[in-house]
Design a protein around this ligand. Structure first.
Ligand SMILES: *[C@@H]1O[C@H](CO)[C@@H](O)[C@H](O)[C@H]1NC(C)=O
Ligand SMILES: *[C@@H]1O[C@H](CO)[C@@H](O)[C@H](O)[C@H]1NC(C)=O
Ligand SMILES: [Zn+2]
Length: 584
């Protein structure tokens, strides 16, 4: 950048003034000034983990306009002290780059925070009790215009699928309007009042399941849509409130950014409006979901390159199949515990190829939800076809480095297809806590051989930069729990593995990551997956000034401490958005 001589002189004079000013400015953390006499914050910590390969550790950094400016290592900290007269008093803490969740659901998480929490519910009575408590605290919920919403039930705790009658038979709950999502949000349980809004003969739906045994009330996958269509949608104010509540909780666990795995065009426009407000404290990279699932809808799509660095949208979410918990994921071979089915695709192979190619041609990153090994195969086929369309038969790996197609969940992948993923560089987007939540039943569903060779891989996918996340609200958003699950392959909630006879053993630990590898999954790889590796997941000149302060250096922590770790502070764009001290 060429500066005029006059301007250069001006900067020189101001710099001297600034240094003098700084010398008398000894207040903690605000240590010297810019040419405009504004205090230029310098932050020093006991250690700073940078994730910058050239300077992996540092002691201090400064921030200008929401970006990191100077980074000082231990050696040049002395020069900072001597020459410029800057107070380098050290904050009592250890800084790491701000963490990102590679796959979550922002609005749903906010709505979850304002709805009935059914996670861990142990019986139908437990569910009914939680609903009653919620209704007592939220008068007006459960009416025709304001349905009661909740998430987190699992029929395995009830011994059968729940029904509308389970609610209707309770005197206190009779007549309420309610829609409760299963723990994996692939099924929804409604009350009698909602059933009565549907046709008397409820039709079957391709790619969906209307549960009729032991009674009506539960709708899965594509069948959920007919209930969703009736649900009175929250207004913009409700949504804004939900999103901001979600962001507060995310900041609290050290998250500075997230990939929003499915946003409607309408909500994307709302986000784009809200992203300029000071309450918007989490960077969001969204995947568009068309009004009609698995379609091509470029005309309704707002494209947002990089608004303030706080919101971006250049990717689309498609769904190849459902979830393992409800036997909805599409497998090449039948389920081991339900040998009469191998799950179902939500879109056939040729249609998936077609829609993937259409989005790729428009310049969108395509992110396909795939759990079962058939769904993963179809996703890889679709990506390969799209890469060939975009780049001919040339170097497809290089082509993929520009398109960065990803598979959301990548849970069960046939060995042949794992090889193809490596060869094409297709990015796996993985939730380590899904592995530790599913380990209780996954082996029953798919048997030992497929579990061993295909399921919940992490370590063996390292060369293709796995993105890590939580899928909140399906799992809690705390990335340290995700890191724990990735490193130990044990449940972060209990600290135990799946075998009651050897509970200290993790599940298939051959696929466990090291702490460093897991951290990269929540920083560098997530940034790469959103095309912002220059800006996020790293403490380096010019990157977003996002960091997290911990009480102890991660690398010296006992791994069990990760389960209960509480961050001290979270900073986004040079602004402190969470402080544990102020919370108390
Ligand atoms: C795949 O799905 C598309 C769109 O739903 C349909 O037109 C086509 O016939 C299907 N193809 C096969 C082979 O089933
Ligand atoms: C392929 O996708 C385009 C939209 O991109 C659509 O118009 C067309 O009908 C699709 N063709 C098939 C065979 O599904
Ligand atoms: Zn998800």
């Amino acid at each position: 950048m060429a500066l005029s001589p006059l301007l250069r002189w001006g900067i020189f004079v101001s710099a001297i003034t600034a240094a003098v000013f700084a010398y008398s400015f000894k207040q903690h953390q605000f240590l010297f000034t810019t040419s405009e006499y504004d205090p230029l914050p310098v932050y020093c910590y006991r250690s700073v983990r940078t994730h910058d390969a050239e300077h992996p550790s540092a002691e201090c950094f400064s921030v200008v306009d929401g970006l990191f400016r100077h980074i000082w290592t231990r050696e040049d900290r002395d020069s900072l002290h001597g020459v410029r007269g800057v107070d380098v008093s050290v904050s009592d803490g250890y800084a790491i780059p701000g963490l990102w969740d590679g796959h979550g659901h922002l609005l749903q998480y906010g709505e979850f925070l304002h709805s009935v929490d059914l996670f861990g519910s142990k019986s139908l009575d437990d569910v009914r009790d939680r609903i009653k408590k919620y209704l007592a605290a939220n008068p007006g919920a459960g009416t025709k215009d304001h349905w009661l919403r909740g998430v987190g039930w699992d029929q395995s705790a009830f011994g059968r699928m729940p029904t509308a009658d389970d609610i209707e038979e309770d005197d206190e709950l009779r007549g309420i309007y309610m829609m409760l999502d299963r723990i994996d949000v692939h099924c929804s349980w409604v009350s009698q009042a909602v059933l009565e809004l549907l046709p008397e003969e409820i039709p079957n739906v391709p790619g969906g399941d209307v549960i009729r045994d032991p009674g009506p009330g539960v709708f899965c996958d594509n069948a959920i849509d007919m209930v969703m269509d009736l649900w009175p949608k929250p207004g913009e104010e409700d949504k804004a409130r939900a999103v901001i509540s979600a962001m507060k909780e995310l900041n609290k666990v050290g998250l500075v950014g997230m990939h929003d795995a499915g946003v409607t065009a309408e909500n994307a426009r709302l986000y784009s409006k809200l992203a300029n407000s000071p309450d918007w404290t989490v960077r969001v990279y969204s995947m568009l979901e068309c009004a009609k699932r698995n379609t091509f809808c470029p005309e309704e799509t707002p494209r947002v390159a990089h608004q303030n660095g706080m919101f971006g949208l250049r990717s689309v979410k498609l769904f190849a199949d459902g979830a393992l918990g409800s036997w909805g994921s599409a497998m090449l071979e039948p389920y081991s515990d339900h040998p009469w089915t191998s799950g179902s695709l939500l879109i056939n192979a040729s249609a998936l190829i077609n829609v993937t190619k259409s989005w790729a041609r428009e310049g969108f990153q395509v992110n396909i939800h795939a759990i079962g090994d058939l769904a993963n195969r179809n996703a890889i086929d679709a990506f390969e076809a799209a890469l060939k369309q975009q780049c001919g038969q040339q170097d497809l790996l290089e082509c993929q480095s520009r398109h960065r197609f990803r598979i959301e969940h990548s849970q069960i992948i046939h060995p042949d297809d794992q090889k193809r993923m490596h060869a094409l560089g297709i990015i796996p987007s993985i939730q380590p806590t899904h592995a530790t939540s599913d380990m209780k039943y996954a082996e029953e569903r798919i048997g030992p051989k497929r579990t061993e060779e295909e399921a919940y891989r992490m370590k063996s996918l390292l060369d293709i930069n796995p993105i890590l996340g939580s899928d909140f609200p399906v799992e809690p958003p705390n990335p340290f729990q995700g890191i724990y699950a990735a490193v130990t392959r044990k449940s972060p909630h209990t600290g135990l593995g799946p075998d009651p006879k050897a509970p200290s053993e993790g599940w298939h630990t051959k696929e466990a990551l090291s702490l460093d590898e897991a951290l990269m999954g929540f920083t560098r790889n997530v940034a790469y997956g959103a095309f912002i590796e220059q800006y996020a997941g790293v403490i380096r000149r010019g990157a977003f000034a996002d960091w997290v302060v911990l009480d102890a250096p991660l690398e010296h922590m006992e791994v069990e401490e990760l389960r209960t770790l509480k961050v001290r502070e979270t900073w986004v764009g040079g602004r402190r958005v969470y402080s544990r001290d102020e919370e108390q």
